[in-house]
Design a protein around this ligand. Structure first.
Ligand code: HEM
Length: 103
């Protein structure tokens, strides 16, 4: 499996090119999103693009089934976990408009 730096990971934040990080594993969820397979909806995935989604993912209490599905999208591991960009709010991220919509 590949090692990816945060500098690289953060660039994969578009719906057409979407990576997320959970517990320092890197997942390319572009296809999962494109196929609208997520029971929790597209938007939460888009919001987490190019970022560490560990807290958001675990907060939901995803099932073993969800973990199995997640594993199939793994492309590698974070090379420099200490370089992780700081998130203001781990649960409402980045794209102003999207997070405003939520409440
Ligand atoms: C590739 C990554 C992910 C996979 C494979 C995945 C998979 C799933 C699955 C299978 C469910 C159905 C319930 C269950 O089996 O636990 C689910 C529900 C849900 N997921 Fe995810 N999930 C992912 C990422 C995320 C992230 C990053 C978030 C939050 C930011 C999130 C939020 C939710 C929510 C809110 C539900 C509940 C939907 C409902 O019951 O109304 N998921 N997810």
């Amino acid at each position: 499996m590949e090692l990816y730096s945060w500098k690289d990971i953060v660039t994969h934040s578009k719906p057409t090119d979407l990576w997320i990080v959970i517990n320092n594993s890197v997942y390319n969820v572009t296809k999962y999103l494109a196929d609208h397979e997520h029971p929790g909806g597209d938007e939460v995935l888009e919001d987490q693009g190019g970022q560490d989604a560990t807290e958001a993912f675990e907060e939901i209490g995803h099932s073993d089934d969800a973990l199995k599905t997640l594993a199939t999208y793994k492309i590698g591991t974070v090379k420099d976990p200490d370089q992780k960009p700081v998130k203001k709010d781990p649960f409402a991220i980045g794209k102003g408009k999207e997070s405003e919509k939520k409440e």
